[in-house]
Design a protein around this ligand. Sequence first.
Ligand code: TLP
Length: 343
Amino acid sequence: MKIIDLRSDTVTRPTPEMRRAMFEAEVGDDVYGEDPTVNLLERRAAEIMGKEAALFVPTGTMGNTIGIKVHTRHGQEVICETRSHVLNYELAMMAWFAGCVARPIEAGLGVLRWEQIRPAIRPLGPHWAPTGLISIENTNNLAGGTVYPLEVIDEICDGAHELGLKVHMDGARVFNASVATGVPARRIVEKTDTVMFCLSKGLGAPVGSMLAGTREMIDQGRLYRKRLGGGMRQAGILAAAGLIALEKMPARLGEDHANARLLAEGLNAAAGIKLDLAAVQTNIIVFDVSGTGQPAGEISARLKERGILMNPATPKSIRAVTHMDVSREDCLRALDAFTEVTR
Ligand code: TLP
């Protein structure tokens, strides 16, 4: 039985072209700055994002951790959305490494607006931790892969900068946002101070994320990466696959979005499912299953018996993520299994 894995877009296997490139990669010691493939990947990532420099990191979590650290000091607050990855899924790294606390704000569809952020910004005072940074997640994973409209990002950045604050974008899936809106990634992140994006999610690389920003931020970030144990040596083996992910894979993300839409429409028709189709904007679907009378974990287990993998997001909701290793037919098969399990 073929397993259809909709748990995440992190589960993709490297393409034959990536494997070949990894095999043939020219390498050197990247801690000495001597790995030509890593250097090329960092240069290309910076160019594509329109930033001065970029840093290759093993994971998105490390990229966000460093991004937050370069902008903040211990004892500050980081404004983020309630469902954001930096708050919920990174083992409190903003506290552990940067010494900051999160100031979460709940936003419709996971998209923060400046008018919500502005009142949450705290100045220096006798009681409160001052705001150190605003972190926005585009697309917002747990809100269902929702996309920040460009004018919202620009307004947040302009407002923050006027107050001397920086903006970090957790753009793990910024290319999904770009494809969904038709806005080039470099324009999306033009006003953000740093952006982290992942090569190993929808873009299909086996490992790796990038942090881009000014030369000064990235030079500083390189030292934090070393502190975190992320000073890799012949990392060109990984960067070679990353280069293909970066150059070639964004162009196919529209397919994943179409498959997610197909899946969402089918799920929406299933009995007991509550799903906001307006929130399905990219490759992620988060839907409420409480109307089925079965806990999300049970549905997930019964789907697994049928070769379909989808993880619960909460006890009452399930997340499905499309990616390059699931086809339209796979999504239709997943829908059949889902209807059977929830009937
Ligand atoms: N997301 C993973 C899980 O950790 C939830 C997934 O399956 O979606 N930012 C965002 C928005 C992410 O979705 C993720 C990973 C990260 C950062 C962290 O990236 P990694 O897993 O490379 O540390």
